[in-house]
Design a protein around this ligand. Structure first.
Ligand SMILES: Nc1ncnc2c1ncn2[C@@H]1O[C@H](COP(=O)(O)OP(=O)(O)OP(=O)(O)O)[C@@H](O)[C@H]1O
Ligand SMILES: [Mg+2]
Length: 273
């Protein structure tokens, strides 16, 4: 297992690149309005090298808006974003990808009729070696298939065939493919928006195992979830948002589901009477 994870880190080209304080990502005082709606009214999020940060909040709290901002698909009205201590201004998703951030949205953005391998390498296909092959842009399917196979096996993901069209795969298998895509292209910050929301019990356990391996390989992960019990079992810390604001950060070992829920709702837990 340790060898697998070292291999995974090598495939991913993961380097820590963290600041002295160990922070790989900092979003500070983020504000974003959509017309009259203040979706974010001073949201903050920080992520340490190699940690799994849960991001929780009620419906409409601003979690997805914050994530879209970190993914470069919307820009903030106010606030700053720092990656490994350096201020960044993402104008488009490609800017976030270039900074090593991969975001796996709930719909996964996979192309249904294409195979798992084709989806992973979409737009970044490996070409066959040789001048003529390169000029003709001949795709090296064998090499792509082998690399996908290596990453999936290091992640412990079970997919019947990387050649099958994605519509034949289950929700958990699709999630595994999307995570493999992040690893293969060396993203060291991975953001997962409700990765297990649509999954059954067994698939949820399998995806959580894959996320655990991703983290052990050196990736830093933000995971949005409405499932507090699940985060208590897999996250290191949790950031709580309410009405567009970050209302607190807790270390999992020092908190309880009750405390998190009272932070989400803004209603303090009733003292035992
Ligand atoms: N493109 C948009 N245009 C207008 N309002 C928006 C837009 N995107 C988000 N909002 C609003 O911003 C607020 C925050 O939405 P967001 O999707 O970030 O919440 P969330 O915490 O992800 O909620 P959920 O748990 O339901 O996914 C909501 O009031 C939402 O209606
Ligand atoms: Mg959302």
């Amino acid at each position: 297992m340790a060898k697998d994870l070292a291999g995974l880190a090598q495939i991913a080209g993961i380097q820590s690149g963290a600041t002295e304080s160990g922070l790989v990502l900092q979003a500070v005082g983020i504000q974003k309005r959509f017309g009259a709606v203040a979706a974010l009214a001073g949201a903050s999020l920080e992520l340490r090298q190699g940690e799994l940060m849960g991001l929780v909040g009620d419906n409409g709290a601003g979690k997805s808006t914050l994530i879209k901002m970190i993914a470069g698909s919307i820009s903030p009205d106010e606030g700053s974003l720092l990656i490994r201590g350096e201020p960044v201004h993402f104008r488009r998703p490609a800017d976030a990808l270039a900074s090593g951030i991969e975001t796996v949205y709930q719909d996964l953005s996979l192309v249904e009729p294409l195979s798992g391998t084709a989806n992973i390498f979409l737009g970044r296909e490996l070409l066959r070696s040789g001048v003529a092959s390169r000029l003709l842009r001949l795709i090296d399917k064998q090499r792509m298939r082998a690399r996908v196979h290596d990453v999936l096996s290091d992640l412990g993901a079970r997919i019947p065939s990387v050649d099958s069209p994605v519509f034949e795969l289950s929700g958990g298998q699709r999630q595994a493919l999307a995570i493999a895509r992040a690893v293969l292209f060396g993203r060291n910050i991975v953001i997962l928006d409700e990765p297990t929301a649509a999954l059954g019990v067994r698939e949820t356990a399998h995806v959580l195992e894959i996320i655990g391996r991703l983290k052990s390989s050196g990736c830093s992960v933000v995971m949005v979830s409405h499932n507090i019990e699940q985060l208590m079992g897999c996250a290191d810390r949790v950031t709580v948002m309410r009405l567009g604001l970050t209302v607190g950060v807790r270390t999992i070992a020092d908190t309880t589901p009750e405390e998190i829920i009272s932070m989400i709702t803004g209603v303090s837990g009733s003292p035992s009477e």
